[in-house]
Write a protein that binds this ligand. Structure first.
Ligand code: DX5
Ligand code: ZN
Length: 221
């Protein structure tokens, strides 16, 4: 049975009409909304925060909102995003002084929790918290910007993460973020991922034959 989910990263959407962009991408078959939060501190870029998440909820978005925190410290933002209507919240373990506490904070708020691994961050951060994790997110680019090329070493890391998840016997999603395109998504899935973030591949796909939606690109994924 198909258990693949597509989570378009709204980082590459047109922010001047974000509500319509999200409506269109969901109408085109996307499963989640991937929400990239950058603080110009943990990563060298600045994006959107809890007020924008809340605004999407008020706009009528009911799909799961997958909040990827690229901020430090993390705990205040976790609380704010719980209140703003997030469904899952992931953070980078290097950005939290108290990883277990941050994970617990997310779960106590009724959200799914996950850790995000930069290309050179070891999976050993999972060692003592596997029972508090609903999702593992592997970055296949260095975080901060859309439109970068997929780092091939991620494929081996995905296989390693898949083995750890399977060995745990727990229901943990394996998500990949960065440089995922129509032409490499099958290989990424074969390495063990089941949840795919795609930003530029989707939002730059305004084809002449598909002026109002993103159907043609999402249906190829
Ligand atoms: C990068 C973000 C990604 C990014 C992906 O720091 O976490 O979600 O938007 O963009 P693409 O798919 O263009 O690599
Ligand atoms: Zn992301």
């Amino acid at each position: 049975p198909r258990d693949f989910l597509i989570a378009p990263s709204i980082l590459s959407a047109n922010f001047a009409c974000l509500g319509e962009e999200v409506d269109k991408v969901l109408a085109s078959g996307a499963d989640w909304v991937h929400f990239d939060v950058m603080d110009n501190h943990y990563v060298p870029n600045l994006t959107i925060g809890p007020m924008v998440c809340e605004a999407l909820r008020k706009h009528g978005v009911t799909a799961p909102i997958d909040v990827h925190l690229m901020v430090t410290p993390v705990d205040q933002m976790i609380s704010s995003f719980i209140d703003a209507g997030a469904d899952m919240i992931t953070f980078h373990p290097e950005a939290s002084l108290h990883i277990d506490r941050s994970l617990q904070l997310i779960r106590d708020g009724g959200c799914k929790a996950g850790l995000v691994f930069n290309p050179a961050t070891p999976l050993s951060y999972l060692d003592y918290v596997m029972d508090k994790i609903d999702m593992v997110l592997l970055m296949s680019v260095n975080p901060g910007f859309g439109g970068q090329a997929f780092i091939p070493a991620t494929l081996d890391k995905l296989r390693e993460a898949r083995a750890r998840i399977d060995a745990s016997g727990r229901d943990i999603r394996l998500e990949v973020d960065g440089g995922v395109k129509v032409d490499n998504i099958a290989e990424v899935a074969a390495a063990g991922a089941n949840t795919f973030v795609a930003g530029s591949a989707i939002f730059s796909a305004h084809q002449a034959d598909d002026p109002n939606g993103y159907d043609s690109v999402i249906s190829q994924m």
